[in-house]
Structure formats: C-alpha cells, structure tokens
Design a protein around this ligand. Structure first.
Ligand code: GDP
Length: 196
C-alpha cells in the first residue's frame, strides 16, 4: 500500500466569507455532504486524527469552510454540511450563497468528495452538487459512508443502488469511518486528483 500523504494534514484556517479563503493558486479537494453523514469522521479517519475536523454541537450551524494543509500546494477543505431540518431558512440561504460562490470562483478546486449515508436516499442537494460538478467538469467521488451499519448482502445491494442513483458521478465507493475501511481506496482517488 502506498503512503498516505493526508496524515500530514495540519489545520490552516476557517473561512466564513469568500474573501477569507486562502490563496487560489494550488490544488484542493472539497468534502461535502448533508449534516450527520459523518463528514468530520471521514476526514479524521483519512488523516489518522481523532479530532482534526471537529464535530459540531449544532448541526448545520457552522457556516464555514475549514482548510487543512497537506503541503504548500495541496489542501483539503471541509465544506459546511447541509440539509439539517431544524436550520432556519435564512441560514439555508446563507449556505447556498457561500457554497455557490465557492464553486463559482475557486480555481484550485480539483475534485469533490460527496459523502452520503448508506442507509439513506440521495437528496435534491446531493443531486444538484453532482450536476454542478458535471457542468463545470470537476470530478466527483461518491463516498458511501456508514457501510458498517449494514450486513454484507444489504451493503452490496445498497452500493448498487447508490451507483444507479448517482450514475452521473465519476466513481462510487463504500466507506466506514468507524471501522476505518475504504481509506486506501479514497487515498488513491485523492492522489490521482492532487498528486499526478
Ligand atoms: P458530520 O456532521 O457529517 O460531520 O458527521 P459526524 O462526523 O459528526 O458524525 C455524525 C455521527 O455519525 C456521529 O455520531 C458519528 O460517530 C457517526 N458516524 C460517522 N461515521 C460513521 C460510520 O462510518 N459508521 C457509523 N456507524 N457511524 C458513523
């Protein structure tokens, strides 16, 4: 197995507004998904840290982009989660504005990891992210997390279902942040986007 360069990740900054983003002259991969899919847990599993990406006490309320540095040219970015039912309308609008703005201006964005929960169905917002990636020709990797929640047969069925639901997206894989399975597959995708 090749080395995992993402274990070198260090926290860089949190941007609440687009003018707070770091310099736009490298390569970065963004992690996105609805609240509670395990986005922070995935980033922590990938980087081998217990708490690099913090889990929020108020789901959906942290409207910020958290940047992690791998080297001077390569970054990972944790986008705010979406779809939490109790979030007020105004915050949802703020999310859309921030994320649309980010997608539209960010030259460094090389690929997107869209995280979903194996037991759930794809949402409108998941689909609009996949569509957006298609439009701007940015590759998206669908990470089907919480695979440990299903037994072998059901897991395989769910993976096939996700592949059908997200057939426009580039690639699909199973992952379990809890069991730490699927990390080398994810590392291979990120390496191809960031280090080739
Ligand atoms: P975020 O809101 O998307 O950042 O999600 P968190 O990382 O805070 O995780 C939300 C909840 O899902 C927590 O209780 C995690 O322990 C749990 N979780 C995350 N990943 C997994 C996984 O792969 N398997 C299981 N069983 N639970 C997970």
């Amino acid at each position: 197995m090749s080395a995992n360069p993402y274990r070198k990740a260090t926290y860089l900054l949190s941007a609440h507004k687009l003018d707070q983003l770091p310099k736009d002259d490298g390569r970065e991969v963004a992690f996105v998904g609805r609240s509670n899919v395990g986005k922070s847990s995935v980033i922590n599993a990938l980087t081998g840290r217990r708490a690099l990406a913090r889990t929020s006490k108020l789901p959906g309320r942290t409207q910020q982009l958290n940047y992690f540095l791998i080297n001077e040219e390569v970054m990972l970015v944790d986008l705010p989660g979406y779809g939490y039912a109790k979030v007020p309308k105004q915050l949802k609008a703020q999310w859309s504005e921030l994320i649309n703005g980010y997608f539209n201006i960010r030259q460094s964005l090389t690929g997107l990891v869209l995280i979903v929960d194996i037991r759930r169905d794809i949402t409108e917002q998941d689909l609009s992210i996949i569509n957006w990636c298609e439009t701007v020709e940015t590759p998206v990797h669908l990470l089907v997390n919480k695979a440990d929640k299903l037994a072998f047969g059901a897991r395989k069925e769910a993976l096939d279902r996700w592949k059908r639901q997200a057939d426009k997206s580039g690639s699909v894989q199973l992952f379990s942040a809890t069991r730490k399975t699927g990390i080398s597959e994810l590392v291979a995708v990120l390496d191809e986007w960031l280090f080739v």
